[in-house]
Design a protein around this ligand. Structure first.
Ligand SMILES: *Cc1c(COP(=O)(O)O)cnc(C)c1O
Length: 372
């Protein structure tokens, strides 16, 4: 089956009892078993798993071409699980431009587990090689990265990781498996905030991991999820499964509009630079063209005139909403430096733009009036 067909059907077999084409939502927290705990259909207690979650995980493993997948209560729960499953003394490399939660997790929480992290420019393989230590157990990539859309060479990173006996994990939230399949490029683990494009409607929180192999490390992470309880709710599992059905169709639209907006912004006199890997001028364009089938619905741009000018543009928008998050139907813009907490790292004149599914001419008109 080709990808779009998988997205529509994986984990979606009609309900065996009723023939219902849309899967039932199993809300039961507990499943009847025999007197000595004999399971009837493999289920016991919701924190461990349920049929709705199984469908979601079947779909996630299929779309990422993995042997197994685990669904979590949020993207952050999915991110924390493999990092916290590393042995005490382990070292991790993380990107210098990345989701803020990863930076905070590595600075505040992993050290308590005896795990340390170093941030490195993942677009520079020589720099990555140089940052590896004998204790490096994992390279954590994010490509395209948040919010500067930096592109890392996944196959190149996999080679470096594997030469050192380390794992490569890749946050694939921005690209989605529609555009990029890291396991097929050599990564060992893929992470998603399914809150974003998978959910697709800004109304569900979830996270996921897909694994190249159903191995000991997979079992370790699954056991951690079971015991620490960062499990997805059945309703959220159902919503994310539902979102996957239209994911390829939505991504095509997101990509087409983002490309048009990037072209519009790139020549606008009030814009200093546009970060969009689809632009030939983007530093990672060639690698993105090789490892992605299209360039995504996320872009960021820097406004001439610094912080105040950027805030003025964001404040004048009428259609495009000022809000965090991404991947929904509605276009969202955000001044990242304002929401990154105590130590913002994003440039002060940078606005991040999640291009939604509106008519692109309406989006261009809104930006045009805001940029003046
Ligand atoms: C949103 C996001 C996360 C965190 O996911 P939550 O579902 O909000 O916990 C991680 N990585 C990236 C790239 C994200 O955009």
């Amino acid at each position: 089956m080709r990808f779009e067909t998988l997205a529509v059907h994986a984990g979606g077999e009609p309900d065996r009892e009723t023939g219902a084409v849309s899967p039932p939502i199993h809300l039961a927290t507990t499943f009847q078993h025999g007197p000595a705990g004999e399971r009837r259909a493999g289920y016991e207690y919701l924190r461990e798993g349920n049929p709705t979650q199984d469908r979601l995980e079947t779909m996630l493993a299929a779309l990422e071409y993995g042997q197994a997948a685990l669904a979590f209560a949020s993207g952050m729960a999915a991110m924390a699980a493999p990092l916290e499953s590393l042995p005490r003394g382990a070292h991790v490399l993380i990107p210098d431009d990345c989701y803020t939660g990863l930076r905070v997790l590595c600075a505040e929480f992993l050290p308590e587990k005896g795990v340390t992290a170093t941030s490195v420019d993942m677009t520079d393989l020589a720099a990555v090689r140089a940052a590896i230590t004998p204790a490096t157990a994992m390279i954590w990539a994010e490509t395209p990265s948040n919010p500067q859309l930096k592109i890392a060479d996944i196959a190149g990173l996999a080679d470096i990781a594997h030469a050192h006996g380390a794992l490569l994990a890749c946050d694939n939230t921005f690209a989605t498996p529609v555009l990029q399949q890291p396991l097929r490029l050599g990564a060992d683990i893929v992470m998603h905030s399914t809150t974003k494009y998978f959910g697709g409607h800004s109304d569900v929180l979830g996270g996921a991991l897909a694994f190249a192999r159903r191995d000991d490390f997979f079992e370790r992470v699954a056991h951690r999820r079971h015991v620490t309880g960062a499990i997805i709710s059945p309703f959220n599992a159902w919503l994310i499964l539902r979102g996957a059905r239209s994911l390829p169709a939505r991504m095509a639209w997101h990509c087409r509009s983002a490309r048009a907006l990037a072209d519009f912004l790139a020549v606008h006199p009030a814009v200093e630079v546009v970060h969009y890997p689809g632009l030939a001028s983007h530093a990672g364009h060639a690698i993105a063209a090789r490892q992605m089938s299209d360039f995504g619905g996320m872009l960021s741009f820097r406004v001439r005139g610094g912080r105040e000018a950027a805030l003025r543009v964001a404040g004048k928008l009428q259609l495009i909403l000022n809000a965090t998050s991404l991947g929904g139907c509605e276009s969202l813009i955000e001044h990242r430096a304002s929401v990154e907490g105590k130590n913002p790292v994003s440039p002060e004149n940078l606005l991040r733009f999640s291009v939604g599914l509106e008519n692109v001419e309406d989006l261009i008109a809104d930006l045009a009036q805001a940029l003046g």
